[in-house]
Ligand binder design. Structure first.
Ligand code: SAM
Length: 232
């Protein structure tokens, strides 16, 4: 992967960024995503935010090498603290982190006034999709698009959300993804087939335990029922 040729995962994340967007890419590492989108004239301005000095310096170097220092600003900052009001950001990408971390970045950003609610959020959690969807639903975001894809034998989900009139989601929609559940493509089936096997194994271990964690057992049983229903 480089700034010219993104991984399939990042390319798909980038495909959900609106044309001519002013983008904040949070956790930008080498700034591959904003640089690639700028080179394709997909965005007009970007902030590449990084909290760790090493990746921040890699991002700075990449932006300089690409001759884009006037249109991509690299900032060493925690989460959405990288965004300033004058940036007029209207799309935020947060990719390659756990759903819980992405959720806490969004929560802090909301509380610190770093988002005004008009931004499109393009999120790619590596795990913990449900907790992220719950945050979106609790904060009046509608999930407008979702994708599930496989790369290097790993499965990734992309969640695109915008603040719209409040949408309510069922527990199953939050668990599987409302759009993914509608589409149920091949990668989705494969993921949930694997999850079924893994959860059945966990359940059988828990049931052998001397002191059964009853709540956890019930939760897994319920999820197994949902998964079987979806795969049927
Ligand atoms: N977004 C890139 C991608 O999807 O390929 C890089 C993903 S990398 C696994 C995660 C990056 O997020 C790391 O460079 C890490 O330092 C950064 N990161 C983690 N927590 C962060 C935070 N609170 N604010 C900004 N960056 C953060």
């Amino acid at each position: 992967m480089n700034e010219q040729e993104l991984s399939r995962r990042l390319a798909r994340v980038g495909s959900h960024v609106p044309q001519d967007a002013r983008l904040a890419d949070i956790g930008s590492d080498h700034a591959y995503l904003p640089v690639a989108l700028m080179l394709k004239n997909k965005i007009t301005f970007a902030v590449a935010g990084e909290v760790v000095r090493g990746p921040f310096q890699s991002a700075e170097k990449q932006v300089r090498k690409s001759g884009l220092t006037d249109r991509i600003v690299v900032r060493l900052a925690d989460g959405l603290e990288a965004i300033e009001v004058n940036d007029e950001i209207n799309a935020i990408t947060i990719a390659g982190m756990g759903g819980t971390l992405i959720r806490s970045i969004l929560e802090s950003g909301k509380n610190n006034g770093r988002m005004n609610g008009t931004e499109r959020l393009i999120l790619q959690p590596n795990i913990g999709e449900k907790t992220l969807r719950e945050w979106l639903a609790q904060n009046d975001y509608a999930i407008i698009e979702e994708e599930i894809l496989e790369e290097n034998k790993k499965t990734y989900e992309i969640i695109v959300a915008e603040k719209q009139k409040p949408t309510t989601y069922t527990e199953q929609e939050l668990f599987f993804g409302p759009k993914l559940l509608e589409e149920k493509n091949e990668v989705f089936f494969q993921k949930w087939q694997r999850e079924l096997t893994a959860k059945e194994r966990v359940l059988s271990q828990l049931e052998k335990a001397e002191e059964k964690p009853l709540e956890k057992v019930e939760e897994i049983k319920m999820q197994l029922a949902w998964i079987k229903e979806v795969l049927a």
